[in-house]
Design a binder for this molecule. Structure first.
Ligand code: Z5A
Ligand code: MG
Length: 217
């Protein structure tokens, strides 16, 4: 594809655990691929890489990590994927990312470690590609807890999830240049998917995509 072709859109789906991010990313990717656009699903953490394996051991409780070092591993897990993401965007592929820097900052800041606030946590995300659109799937922590599989990994407690929900909103207030759309994730999977598809469609109609994408600040 020539570089005169439009680049793909970089879309991030964020939210609490069990808010339906992975389900909705997959539904959107399938929809785009079936309707003639190219789309690729990317998930963070990517547990298949060396950093991702260390992260997985930590999340599943088989390894301990200092709060700062696990935070830096999550960030490194994004940085190591960026060249390949930028290439796919340049070739016209829409990239739909399941969790990104926003999760990176708020889950670490939610630990209440006095040396690890939002400012410190955000600093290592600065310079990563800025998403063209962030879809935040909003769900109460009580409702998230009622969905399947909750409670198996580190961070999956209601107290942590309530803090995370508040910190996401604090972080978004600090980032007015991020193109954010909050979505009520408390309705059915089909209803959430329809709202996401409509939002993405409106965004694409109006989008003027910088190439390469802007950077997070
Ligand atoms: N973390 C971090 O600390 N720093 C970082 O930089 C990053 C992440 C990137 C693992 O993340 C942990 O890593 C996470 C944040 C931290 N910690 N916590 N807690 P993960 O992304 O690998 O896993 P997860 O997000 O915690 O969980 P999840 O299972 O991937 O949740 P989800 O993707 O949002 O939901 P889902 O798999 O699509 O759906 C979950 C269930 O709910 C499933 O049974 C669905 O069928 C059901 N579901 C989905 N939507 C609905 C609706 N609308 N109604 C009813 N039921 C639904
Ligand atoms: Mg998921």
């Amino acid at each position: 594809m020539s570089s005169a072709s439009p680049r793909g859109a970089l879309v991030v789906v964020e939210g609490l655990d069990r808010s339906g991010k992975s389900s909705q990313c997959q539904i959107l990717v399938d929809h785009l691929n079936q309707s003639g656009s190219k789309a690729q699903y990317v998930k963070f953490p990517d547990r298949s890489t060396p950093t991702g394996k260390m992260i997985n051991s930590y999340l599943t409780g088989s390894a301990q990590q200092d709060d700062h070092s696990i935070h830096l591993l999550f960030s490194a897990n994004r940085w190591e994927a960026i060249q390949s993401i930028l290439q796919m965007l340049e070739f016209g592929m829409n990239i739909i990312i399941d969790r990104y820097s926003f999760s990176g900052a708020v889950y670490s800041a939610a630990k209440d470690n006095p040396n690890l606030g939002l400012d410190w946590a955000w600093a290592c995300e600065v310079g990563l590609p800025k998403p063209d659109l962030v879809l935040f799937l909003d769900l109460s922590s009580e409702e998230a807890a009622r969905r399947g599989g909750y409670g198996e990994e580190r961070y999956e407690t209601q107290q942590m999830q309530s803090r995370v929900r508040a910190l996401f909103q604090d972080l978004f207030k600090r980032l007015p240049n991020v193109n954010l759309k909050q979505i009520n994730a408390g309705c059915s999977i089909d209803d959430v998917a329809t709202e996401i598809r409509t939002t993405f469609g409106r965004f694409v109609e109006q989008a003027k995509l910088e190439r390469p994408p802007e950077k997070l600040q």
